[in-house]
Design a binder for this molecule. Structure first.
Ligand SMILES: Nc1nc2c(ncn2[C@@H]2O[C@H](COP(=O)(O)OP(=O)(O)OP(=O)(O)O)[C@@H](O)[C@H]2O)c(=O)[nH]1
Ligand SMILES: [Mg+2]
Length: 192
């Protein structure tokens, strides 16, 4: 599948206003700084579309991007970033949980993004629990694979596989556009 158009639709901070037009939504969730926004850049090949920075806690809204004039990519804020205020942290956490649990929202597939160096954290475990409880189809995207050598990557993947159970793993390096085609293939399959 090729992405020929990508447009920012809106960012929401409250618990209303999700586009209810029934189009498929593919959502990226995960800890702050794991590379969710970078993955969206790598899929769309459009740096202007998404704000990516070295500052964790960059995405503060749920951002919706319409792709190929039909389906949506959804960029969620990250959880677990220590330096945002406790109030902001709680607000962001509520926003993420609302997106994943509200009955009116039915993401076609959720991509839980993790940093291959860090592995699956207790926060990620909580997200996995929610994804399973809500019965959302999901994949675990193991990002930043360029940061580890072959041997370390293999050993990290072993741990990640143990914690991931039967969840599908997709390996990526967003800033090198590695693995983008595998994520896109998963999306294409779900859209069939
Ligand atoms: N080396 C390397 N760096 C990456 C990769 N993906 C993202 N980064 C870098 O990691 C930092 C954070 O990336 P973002 O895409 O903003 O992360 P995010 O998950 O959207 O973060 P929040 O919006 O805070 O939740 C940026 O400096 C990216 O350039 C990758 O695959 N490899
Ligand atoms: Mg982001």
């Amino acid at each position: 599948m090729k992405i020929t158009s990508a447009e920012f639709i809106k960012g929401i901070r409250g618990t209303d206003g999700v586009t209810q037009d029934g189009v498929a939504q593919f959502a990226f969730v995960g800890r702050s700084n794991v590379g969710k926004s970078s993955l969206i850049v790598s899929l769309t090949n459009n740096k202007q579309l998404v704000k990516v920075s070295n500052t964790p806690g960059k995405t503060r809204e749920i951002n919706f991007f319409r792709i190929n004039h039909s389906w949506m990519l959804v960029d969620l804020p990250g959880y677990g970033y220590a330096k945002v205020s406790p109030q902001e942290k709680e607000k962001l956490q509520k926003l993420i949980i609302w997106y994943l649990t509200d009955r009116s929202i039915k993401p076609t597939r959720v991509f839980l993004v993790i940093d291959c160096k860090v592995g699956i954290t207790p926060f990620d475990e909580q997200m996995l629990e929610i994804l399973r409880d809500e019965r959302h189809p999901f994949s675990i995207v193991v990002n930043k694979t360029d940061k580890l050598g072959q041997k370390d990557l293999a050993s990290q993947l072993k741990h990640i596989r143990e914690a991931a159970g039967d969840a599908e793993l997709i390996l990526t390096a967003a800033t090198k556009v590695h693995g983008a085609k595998d994520v896109l293939a998963r999306i294409a399959q779900a859209l069939e």
